[in-house]
Design a protein around this ligand. Structure first.
Ligand code: GF9
Ligand code: FES
Length: 397
């Protein structure tokens, strides 16, 4: 009898899984081709209406194969592979440790779900279910929402849930989403702290002259003109960070990492660096504003292509980069607060999540947005967190 009670107590804590979503990156040279193949086969990223049926994967295969050697070379220059899995796991572990302190009545565990690399999102979902997770919080690690990043991950999750239903073995978990957090006060504070830390490296007499170059991954103009929310949300992060810095320095938002022949949102980061230097600016600081950890775009593009290579071209210029968020303590608090606040709420998203892009033609987006914007947290979980946080405060009222 006693044994039974003990056991039911220890398993009574509701099990919540926090699924941290991101693109992922190849950890080894051998992982580069499968990574690119998944990327170029992503129909949420690249619609291929004219290649339906059996030939769907011919073009992606061709493009992925052609690009693999160059990408392997880039990863070799940053140590052989992407560190994104390591960072995501470290961030997730630190976050869950703090969330567990805030919500001791919950059994919280973090998982990593990548769109194009292992651990793949669908596999992580199945693993969560196998671990007995009752509720999954789909937590996008892109602070600013784009349909080609967060939207693609959420569509992937939604398709997996529908697939399992159609197979007659529906997933035994409920779902909610943390879909965007571009202006979270602790995200803004994290960036401001890291920028100030880098500014401290500059001679005080030059500090105010440093041009802050906020650099985000660009988007094809076809995506921008569909009405994607990302450019606006990235700009919102930049303005909040500048306000936190009391507009201490001149700044621009610029866009990096264009690939292929189509038109992309500009001005490209490398052009901006060259143009600003030619216009007489000597001190530049790149700020990676749309990623939460180091990856090929900071370590290779920013540090090698725009850093070292530009320093050879313009030896008088001082081109710097501020650190990525990585394990910055304020940033871990940001992740913690996002999750803890979500668990205390009913799990609803803001109304923005329900609205498709004005020019959206992707048939998955509508039902996916409906699914993730109406999901509520099980009452057992909400009550768990509320009693912990608000109990003592309420007793004063
Ligand atoms: C992106 C972040 C923001 C064709 C080549 C595969 C397309 C694309 C992106 C945006 C990554 C990280 C944005 C395409 C087609 N997109 N890249 N969109 N990537 N490549 O629609 Cl933080
Ligand atoms: Fe934005 Fe479909 S592309 S909602």
């Amino acid at each position: 009898m006693l044994k039974n009670i003990t056991r039911s107590y220890s398993t009574a804590r509701p099990r919540v899984g926090i699924l941290m979503l991101n693109l992922g990156g190849p950890e080894t040279s051998a992982a580069v081709h499968p990574f690119l193949l998944r990327l170029f086969s992503d129909r949420d990223l690249i619609p291929l209406p004219f290649l339906q049926g059996g030939k769907t994967n011919l073009l992606p295969r061709f493009i992925a194969k052609r690009r693999t050697p160059k990408i392997i070379e880039q990863y070799n220059k940053i140590g052989g592979g992407s560190p994104i899995k390591m960072w995501t796991e470290e961030q997730g572990n630190a976050m869950v440790e703090r969330v567990s302190e805030l919500c001791p009545e919950l059994d919280v565990k973090n998982y990593t779900g990548f769109r194009y690399a292992e651990p793949l999102t669908e596999d992580a979902m199945d693993q969560m279910e196998a671990d007995g997770i009752e509720h999954c919080v789909a937590f996008t690690q892109y602070p600013q929402y784009s349909c080609s990043t967060s939207g693609s991950s959420f569509n992937g999750m939604y398709r997996h849930i529908i697939k399992r239903q159609k197979e007659g073995k529906p997933m035994n978990m409920t779902f909610s989403a943390i879909d965007r957090w571009a202006t979270h006060p602790l995200l803004v504070k994290s960036f401001a702290e890291l920028i100030n830390k880098q500014l401290d490296e500059v001679d005080p007499k030059d500090r105010h002259k440093v041009v802050l170059l906020f650099s985000a991954h660009s988007l094809p103009m076809s995506v921008v003109n569909r009405g994607d929310p990302y450019p606006q949300e990235v700009a919102a992060t930049v303005e909040h960070v500048m306000k936190a810095l009391n507009y201490s320095n001149p700044y621009r938002l610029v866009w990096q990492s264009k690939v292929g022949p189509s038109e992309w949102l500009g001005v490209p980061t490398d052009d901006a660096i060259k143009g600003l230097i030619k216009n007489g600016n000597k001190h530049l600081m790149m700020v990676p504003i749309a990623f939460t950890s180091d990856h090929i775009e900071t370590l290779y593009e920013m540090d090698i292509e725009y850093g070292e290579d530009m320093r050879n071209e313009f030896p008088d210029a001082n081109i710097m980069r501020c650190e990525s968020l990585n394990m910055h303590s304020t940033f871990i608090e940001c992740l913690t607060e996002l999750v803890a606040d979500h668990l205390k709420s009913d799990g609803m998203t803001i109304p923005q999540m329900a609205l498709r892009c004005p020019m959206c033609v992707n048939p998955t987006c509508g039902p996916m947005r409906g699914f993730f914007s109406s999901r509520k947290l099980p009452q057992s979980i909400v009550e768990c967190c509320k009693s912990e946080e608000e109990g003592p405060i309420k007793s004063f009222g």
